[in-house]
Design a protein around this ligand. Structure first.
Ligand code: DQQ
Length: 463
């Protein structure tokens, strides 16, 4: 039963614990994905960096651990999150060593980047600027600017709120504190920011932060010049309560691609019994909408996983329409609905024939929201049932959803501007059904196409 919950086309390590994506880099035509990893068990622990590689962004090969704590070194209590840069032809990881939180470098060797050497000058940032009291000091994100480098760190000011601290360097080794790139009020954006990302997109700049204790990732788009960021528009990266600590990379085509850690929505005991915890989101292509909001869509490469397909519609949606003949826990759905007189639409997935288990996604036209109802997602007492909802301002009458079902993961992309990702652990083997429902009126299902999705691992199983 437990293997039923293990995703087949989302990335995760062979076993044990995974959290944040780290060090994403497109190097010599291959995508390298590193991640926070406890190689000793399915719970958070002493952090190492796991490593995997892909030629196509879809199929992955596991590689040996990239970073492990060095006894007596500045990372002796853990190699925490960080990024990767091209340092004059040398792939270089910039990460937080613990404890206390300091910033370190490691350089990669060989075609497959299997060997990583920690820099003799570690730590390259040995602590917060003198006299500055901070709530955290970690998760470096580095970029080239002019002739030098810039770096932001996740941090916060006690009693005030989270902050991203900006540094500059001529050589990646000597760093000077510039000041806060951005700071927030604790009441709204938490007391400490983790895993900042900062990059140019569509003529503007985007700051992504993971504020504690909000447990979600937030983006702020705005303008940036001469080390100053002017925030303009703010929103949630994902409204489902699962995606956290995302990292954004740029690939050879100049695309900005985001991965996030999808946290479990089950108890620690259930993770221990399963022997694994933590999944990576699908890689998401970022663009900026004309109104300054961030848009995320699954990368087109994922279409390579589509297999047998089934089509529905066009037809009238009045009340509930069970999608007979369509079932599964490894599917992609593409749904277009004209709302007509309906006040909303609900999609039920992973539904047992009698409805004892089901997860519902509900669009509420009056509220302008998309909601996820997991109250009956599983009969198991270990299932997290917290409801989540996101702002979903629909323009016009038509909604277009892409939904990815993969065992315990569901990702819903609504009209290219609202993402809602959740985790569910149905117990019944027959909880595989789907249904669509028009709420408070009549809608029209213009088209529903569903594909069975192939696994991303070799058939002989690398796991
Ligand atoms: N996870 C890492 C930290 C980071 C946090 C430790 C965010 O570097 O702040 O595993 O999930």
């Amino acid at each position: 039963m437990i293997t039923l919950h293990r995703p087949r086309y989302h990335f995760l390590p062979p076993r044990h614990w995974m959290n944040d994506p780290n060090g994403l880099i497109h190097w010599r035509g291959r995508y390298h994905l590193f991640y926070q990893h406890n190689p000793f068990g399915p719970t958070w622990g002493v952090m190492h960096w796991g490593h995997a590689v892909s030629a196509d962004l879809v199929h992955w090969q596991h590689l040996p651990l990239a970073l492990a704590p060095t006894p007596g070194g500045p990372d002796q209590d853990g190699c925490w999150s960080g990024c990767a840069v091209d340092w004059a032809g040398t792939p270089t990881l910039v990460y937080t060593g613990v404890r206390p939180e300091v910033q370190c470098l490691a350089t990669g060797e060989g075609q497959d980047l299997l060997v990583w050497r920690k820099h003799p000058r570690n730590p390259v940032i040995a602590g917060p600027p003198a006299g500055l009291e901070v709530t955290g000091f970690r998760d470096p994100y580095v970029w080239r600017e002019g002739e030098g480098w810039r770096l932001v760190l996740g941090s916060g000011f006690p009693g005030r709120g989270g902050a991203a601290l900006l540094y500059r360097s001529p050589n990646l080794l000597d760093w000077e504190y510039v000041g806060p790139l951005c700071q927030g009020e604790a009441s709204r954006l938490g007391h400490n920011w983790e895993c900042p990302n900062f990059f140019a997109l569509g003529g503007r700049y985007v700051l992504i932060i993971s504020p504690q204790p909000l447990g979600k990732a937030v983006y702020i788009t705005g303008d940036y010049a001469a080390d100053r960021f002017t925030p303009l528009v703010e929103g949630d990266v994902d409204s489902g309560g699962s995606l956290y600590a995302p990292q954004v990379m740029v690939d050879a085509q100049g695309r900005r691609i985001l991965w996030g850690w999808l946290r479990e929505g089950r108890s620690r005991e259930a993770c221990e019994e399963a022997g694994w915890a933590g999944v990576m989101s699908l890689p998401r292509l970022l663009t900026l909408l004309p109104d300054g909001r961030l848009s995320a869509q699954p990368v087109p490469e994922l279409q390579a996983l589509r297999r047998r397909s089934v089509r529905w519609g066009p037809c009238t949606l009045a009340g509930s329409l069970p999608l007979e003949g369509l079932s599964g826990d490894g599917l992609e759905l593409y749904i277009t609905i004209a709302l007509g007189s309906a006040e909303g639409v609900a999609l039920a997935v992973r539904r047992s024939p009698g409805g004892e288990e089901e997860t519902r996604f509900i669009y509420d036209r009056n509220a302008g929201t998309l909601r996820c109802d997991r109250s009956r997602a599983s009969l198991s007492p270990h299932q997290d049932r917290t409801p989540y909802e996101g702002c979903y301002p629909l323009q016009g009458d038509r909604l277009t959803w892409r939904v990815f079902l993969d065992a315990s993961v569901i990702e819903l992309y609504a009209d290219g501007h609202t993402c809602l990702t959740t985790r569910i652990y149905p117990e019944r083997p027959d909880s595989l059904g789907l249904a669509l429902e028009a709420l408070g009126g009549e809608a029209r299902l213009e088209a529903l196409e569903a594909w069975e999705m192939a696994p991303i691992w070799p058939a002989n199983g690398s796991l």
